[in-house]
Each structure stands twice: as C-alpha cells, then as structure tokens.
Design a protein around this ligand. Structure first.
Ligand SMILES: C[S@@+](CC[C@H](N)C(=O)[O-])C[C@H]1O[C@@H](n2cnc3c(N)ncnc32)[C@H](O)[C@@H]1O
Length: 293
C-alpha cells in the first residue's frame, strides 16, 4: 500500500496539539522527531516534549485528502498563521523503517512494559507486552492509551473477564491478560484492529484467552472489567451498550476524552457508575468507576 506523510514544524507549545489534530484528521500513526535529527521521541509517560524544534509526522493512506488535514491544523490558534509543513509520498517500507526506529519500550506503573516486538526487553522479570500495532491504533505513546494502561496496572485482574471496547492493536486487553485476567474480549469497528489484536495475542502467547468481534457480531455476555478508549462522543452515544457489557460491581475505565469533555461523559455515566476522581494527562482524561448494583 502507498502512503502519504505530512511533516510539521512544531515546538513545545504546539507539538501535542499537532499530534491530537493529526489523529483527529484520521492519521494512521503520529511520530515526533527532534528536528535536529537526533534520536527520537518515545517520551516517558507524563513527560512533556520540550525540544525547541520538533517535527511531528502524520501518516495517511495515499488517497487521503491532505487539504482537509492542513485546513484542520490551521484552525488551531497557534498554527493558523505559521504552519510550516511538507507533504511527501512514501513507499510502505520507507515509513515502516522510520516508524520502527522511533518506537521504544515504555514502562507503565511499577511492573508493566509495552515493548516493540523487534526490540530487546529491558526487564525480563516485568510484565512485558510485545507489540506490533500494524495499522491499528495503540502503541502506548498516546496519553489516552497510557491512562488506561496505568489504570489496568493498578487493578487486581486475577481471573477476570475484560472487555477492550475499541481494541485497536489489542494493547489494553493483552496487557490485562498479562496482568492476570482470564479472558479478553476485543471489540472494534475496524477489521484491521481485530487482525492486529489477534497477531499481538499470538506474539504474547495468549491467543487462547482472547476473542475479537466486530460490534455487529459480538455475542451476549457481561464482564468484570471494561476499558473503552474511544472518543467522548461514542462513549456518550453508546453508554447503554457499554454499560450492558459490565456486571454489577464491575469496573470501567474510559478515555479518548478531552479535559473539557470529561464532565459531559461523567454526567451520562453517573446514574449507573460510582465514579472515581477523573484522571488527567496532558489534554486528555480518564473517567473510571464501579457499576452500581
Ligand atoms: C483511540 S483507538 C484505541 C486503541 C487501543 N484500545 C488503545 O487504547 O490504544 C480507538 C479504537 O476504537 C475503535 N472504535 C471507534 N469507534 C468505535 C465503536 N463505535 N465501536 C467499537 N470500536 C470503535 C477504532 O477503530 C480504534 O481502533
């Protein structure tokens, strides 16, 4: 498949906003590089990109409307008058090589590591998830995934059934299994996400504990834990579907919610969920809690 990428000059003030806008525009992946070409971004969670000149690269399928991407970026106050960018056609393998160079192991909480499947594992005694996201979302570098991983790492998952709603690469559900869950059910509207989740489950030797479904094919069941890293709007619109997957007393964590949207999501779930404090990382939040009996 052919790809097109946009490289954008950014800085500490704009890099995260550019990344979020590229995701919103439908980018298959977003990468940060130091514009001076020195090694590359894989920030520790909770740290801020501080290079004075960072290049943010968004990758899109070759037929993507890049004028629409540029228009979306220019709606941002700090970019509208000084957006510097370059659009390039890429061969599949060029992008893969660049992206693989940029993805390094990242630690979440005390014991969980997400490790690119082509790199050495830093701590063999840790809970290691080997990951190749393929074309699906979910490497752990995005704050929304990080918020969910940290939440999972803090739960007792032993023997639990976990739903990963919007599973992408399968990163959350596979981490849950590695952290002790008995069964993971991944649901996604994107067939490539289901494929990536199965590949990653195989990579981690947990394929026998994982099932994946398109929403229209999912069987009836209820789970002990639901993680849903989609966006605020589907979280609000699908609240009865999502709550229907969770047992009374079960726990839920939702992300993909910008800070200004968190209250509107909490308001919809609060009749059914005893809510925890909302967690914040950068512009993003996690809304979590326990289902009322
Ligand atoms: C932000 S990614 C999250 C991927 C991964 N769970 C993570 O945390 O990194 C959101 C995923 O939700 C899927 N998605 C979006 N809307 C959905 C819906 N209504 N039902 C199921 N999946 C959905 C997308 O295809 C995408 O794979």
């Amino acid at each position: 498949m052919a790809w097109i990428q946009i490289r954008i000059n950014a800085n500490a003030a704009t890099a995260d906003a550019v990344s979020d806008l590229l995701m919103e525009a439908g980018s298959a992946s977003v990468t940060f590089i130091d514009a001076k070409d020195t090694p590359i971004y894989e920030p520790k969670i909770g740290t801020v990109v501080f290079w004075a000149d960072t290049t943010v690269i968004g990758l899109f399928e070759a037929n993507h409307d890049m004028n629409a991407v540029v228009a979306l970026l220019k709606r941002h106050d700090e970019l509208k008058d000084n957006l510097v960018y370059k659009i390039e056609q890429l061969e599949d393998k060029d992008w893969e090589r660049e992206w693989m160079d940029n993805f390094h192991p990242i630690q979440f909480g005390e014991k969980l590591w997400i490790c690119p499947s082509w790199r050495d594992i830093p701590d063999p005694d840790a809970v290691n998830v080997l990951l190749d996201p393929g074309l699906a979302f979910g490497t752990g570098t995005h704050a929304t995934t990080a918020l969910c991983l940290k939440w999972l790492e803090s739960q007792d998952l032993t023997g639990k059934t976990v739903v990963d709603f919007g599973c992408g690469s399968g990163i959350l559900g596979i981490a849950a299994i590695k952290l002790g869950a008995e069964r993971m059910i991944g649901i996604d509207i994107d067939p490539q996400a289901l494929e990536a989740s199965l590949d990653n489950a195989n990579r981690n030797g947990v394929a026998d504990k994982l099932e994946v479904y398109l929403p229209e094919n999912q069987p009836e069941f209820t789970a002990d834990i639901v993680v849903a890293n989609i966006l605020a709007q589907p979280l609000r619109e699908l609240h009865s579907v999502i709550l229907g997957l969770l047992k009374p007393g079960g726990k839920i964590a939702m992300s993909g919610i910008l800070e200004e949207q968190a209250q509107s999501v909490a308001d919809i779930y609060t009749p059914f969920i005893e809510l925890d404090e909302i967690a914040i990382e950068g512009d993003w939040t996690r809304v979590s809690g326990t289902k009322k009996a």
